[in-house]
Write a protein that binds this ligand. Structure first.
Ligand SMILES: [Zn+2]
Length: 187
């Protein structure tokens, strides 16, 4: 093992591991272990960053459990769960109620991985959910902009000076990686 650490765990002991830290477990004899995953708001940027890892893990788990045919529906559920989590986190009435540090980390994660998240939604979600979530995400960010009376884009801070360009169009092209197709009907 290079750059890793080994932990010898005895019955009754608890080991806490950072999110997305790769682990290998060797059990010298039959044992019963319980694994708990905690979910914090601060994990949201990491969930976007490590989306591919999460999807691979779901695939591996379904294969080990003997239900590989259920892989896509589990991934679909996880992607929607992430969306709901994002929506709930941002839909607070006042900017002051959202931790600035968290928001800044989320925006920089969205700048890097938002387009990939949209690609995953399109790859794994079935209709009509696929269309609903792909079109709804720009609206979440617009609600953030409106509720907090922000001058510029909440994600990149860029001012939207051209009166012919709406925030939805800016988001759609710049933070959602989509062209003008399907922009009709977005309000
Ligand atoms: Zn922007």
């Amino acid at each position: 093992m290079q750059g890793g650490i080994a932990i010898l765990q005895y019955p009754g002991e608890v080991v806490t591991i950072r999110p997305y830290c790769p682990t290998v477990i060797f059990a010298p004899r039959t044992n019963a272990a319980v694994t708990l995953h905690t979910q914090d708001l601060e994990d949201l940027p990491s969930k976007l960053e490590y989306l591919d890892l999460s999807v691979s893990r779901i695939g591996a788990c379904q294969w080990i459990l003997g239900f590989p045919e259920q892989m896509n529906s589990v991934i679909e559920h996880k992607l929607v769960e992430l969306y709901t989590y994002l929506d709930d986190s941002l839909m607070v009435e006042e900017k002051g109620r959202v931790n600035e540090e968290f928001l800044s980390a989320l925006c920089s994660a969205w700048k890097k991985y938002g387009v990939h998240y949209r690609e995953m939604l399109e790859q794994y979600l079935r209709q009509p959910d696929r269309e609903f979530y792909v079109k709804d995400a720009p609206r979440i960010w617009r609600k953030v902009k409106d509720r907090w009376s922000l001058e510029g884009c909440p994600v990149c801070g860029e001012a939207i000076e051209d009166e012919n360009v709406t925030f939805i169009e800016h988001f759609w092209r710049k933070h959602w990686g989509r062209g003008d197709e399907d922009l009709d009907g977005m309000d």
